[in-house]
Design a protein around this ligand. Structure first.
Ligand code: VGL
Ligand code: ZN
Length: 212
């Protein structure tokens, strides 16, 4: 089944550094690649994202003397988790998984490229004011509904879904096409926020048969 032209599938951060063995590995992250491929068959409009940081990025623990990955620091825009160095621009870890099979993807949004600001969301950077351009692109393309999935459920997928909703799109998060980091309760907190914001929680089978 090919979905309506208003429906966009947003495949988030299916990159080697988030896969088992990667620098910021998400458990079973590789399992979502075949699910993403199946979903993409049903969407005429697919957009991909890549986390895409300069080596000097503020989110890397290595750039904060004496700090370790998964600690937090206070930055001008708020609390920032310090991550292992990951998805450095142009590295193999930042590349999309080779088994991702979406030749008809129309756009790739690269985010997190400002050294001083992180960007979990595909729409707005972590300062919550700098746009990536994705909302304007989707509006101009006539998109009405955004189906989000990928890595990681509780960070880049959740933040993207919340911002898609805030930008006025009907928004669906496809749970089994996503995997979580789950740091200090982040997954449960994300689902609570998503539900409060009116993001629909879906399974890929329901999306594939057109029920959602
Ligand atoms: C992500 C942490 C840092 C993600 C990206 O893709 O969810 N998480 N950078
Ligand atoms: Zn990142």
């Amino acid at each position: 089944m090919m979905r309506s032209a208003d429906d966009v599938l947003l495949l988030i951060d299916l990159q080697y550094d988030f896969m088992p063995g990667g620098a910021l590995a998400v458990a079973r992250g590789d399992e979502v690649v075949p699910v993403a491929n199946r979903l993409a068959q049903g969407f005429a409009h697919v957009v991909l994202t890549q986390d895409w940081h300069p080596a000097a990025h503020v989110s890397f623990a290595a750039n904060h003397a004496g700090r370790k990955p998964f600690e937090t620091v206070a930055l001008p825009y708020g609390e920032q988790v310090l991550w292992p160095t990951h998805c450095v621009q142009g590295t193999q870890g930042a590349a999309l998984h080779r088994d991702l099979d979406v030749p008809h993807a129309r756009a790739v949004i690269r985010k997190g490229h400002h050294a001083e600001v992180d960007s979990y969301s595909a729409f707005l950077e972590a300062d919550r004011t700098t746009p990536t351009g994705l909302a304007g692109y989707l509006r101009e393309m006539g998109a009405k509904r955004v189906y989000c999935c990928g890595l990681a459920t509780d960070y880049c997928v959740a933040w993207s879904a919340l911002d898609a909703r805030a930008a006025g799109f009907e928004t669906v998060l496809i749970e089994d096409a996503s995997r979580a980091i789950d740091l200090n309760g982040s997954l449960a907190a994300a689902w609570a926020q998503l539900q409060a914001a009116g993001v629909t929680r879906a399974q890929s089978t329901d999306v594939l048969r057109g029920a959602l």
